[in-house]
Design a binder for this molecule. Structure first.
Ligand code: PEP
Ligand code: MN
Length: 337
């Protein structure tokens, strides 16, 4: 931690600040500049609340140097985390595509869509069985029945499965039917849920919250890692801003920022990030170009009849075109798809 002191501060005040820092178990180094005095406080306290120093009399600014997350950080592990699930590796050279409907609606729907996305080259089938909906009157998902259909449709097409978990009591259901457990944006800071998936052996994809900083996302990942599950995938799905022409604002810069700060793979979800079908292809291209380790795309065979997120779901032909285009972009940056 670097502490900049107020200009012309009295020596007695400096001594009081140093004494307090030592009581917080930091060792303190003092350097005197032309105009201001700067203190360097050294000590490993990942949970230290820097406000405790900000409020001290005579302190002008406080800067944290070390990151508050540890297991998720690049300094803890230099090498990228690669998560191997059957024939898929997330975080390696290959960019993995997760595609499917927002929600599993019925047998015919999920079987048709699984075949479409598999033929287009995706390896992971998505589909919600437990749906976090803004309105309690909207379709809430088929529950276990939905998970069973999703698994059957995936197996028939040699795909692996990702689906969302909303309550700790359903972890065993997700473990049984899914290969990756999704934690949705609205639950990014649902700490009991994070601890529950942290105790699971199934890989987890954690989506960035609507109003979460990248640091908040990494702190939530830290919960899962600290609870014992090393297989965490992060997901940028757009954040809330003042912009209204898109559903959310796609923070593409989060992709290189996360790669620099963390060893965990990062997937991009341009469907939820933009919320409008015609924006999904250009943003998917951008995500791949920015270095995403995977992309998640909503696809529907009859989006006009979809029970959720129809307007952002791609039509089958649009998805096939998307796969073709992102393959070309992957090649430019020396990645496979
Ligand atoms: C979803 O993937 O269908 C979903 C609800 O996403 P998010 O949590 O990003 O809104
Ligand atoms: Mn959706």
């Amino acid at each position: 931690m670097v502490i900049v002191l107020e200009k012309n501060i009295a020596e007695e005040k400096i001594e009081l600040i140093i004494k307090q820092l030592e009581e917080f178990e930091f060792s303190v180094h003092r350097s005197t500049g032309i105009e201001q005095i700067v203190l360097g406080a050294i000590g490993v306290h990942p949970t230290f609340d820097t406000r405790k120093v900000k409020v001290l009399d005579g302190v002008a600014e406080v800067y944290r140097i070390t990151e508050p997350f540890k297991l998720a950080s690049r300094s803890f592990q230099k090498k990228n985390t690669e998560i191997k699930i059957k024939n898929v590796v997330i975080g390696g050279n290959e960019i993995e595509v997760m595609a499917g409907p927002c929600a599993v609606e019925n047998e015919e729907q999920i079987f048709e869509i699984a075949e479409i996305v598999s033929k287009a080259g995706a390896k992971i089938l998505r589909g919600g069985a437990f749906k976090p909906r803004t309105s309690p009157y909207s379709f809430q998902g088929l529950g276990e029945k939905g998970l069973k259909l999703l698994r059957k449709a995936a197996d028939k097409n040699k795909l692996i499965v990702i689906s969302e978990l909303m309550e700790p009591k359903h972890v065993h259901l997700l473990e049984e039917y899914a290969d990756i457990i999704q934690i949705g944006a609205r639950n990014m800071q649902n700490f009991p849920l994070l601890k529950a998936v942290g105790k699971s052996k199934t890989p987890v994809m954690l989506k960035r919250g609507l109003a979460a900083k990248v640091e908040d996302l990494l702190m939530s990942a830290e919960y899962i890692l600290a609870s014992g599950n090393p297989n965490v995938i992060l997901c940028e799905r757009g954040i809330r801003t003042f912009e209204t022409y898109t559903r959310n604002t796609f923070d593409i810069s989060a992709i290189p920022v996360i790669h620099k700060r963390s060893h965990l793979p990062i997937v991009a979800d341009p469907s939820h990030a933009t919320g409008i079908r015609d924006k999904v292809l250009p943003m998917a291209r951008a995500a791949v170009a920015a270095g995403a380790d995977g992309i998640m795309i909503e696809v529907h065979n009859h989006p006009e009849k979809a029970l959720s997120d129809g307007p952002q779901s791609l039509l089958p032909d649009q998805f096939t075109e998307l796969m073709k285009q992102i393959k070309l972009i992957a090649k430019v940056i020396d990645r496979n798809l």
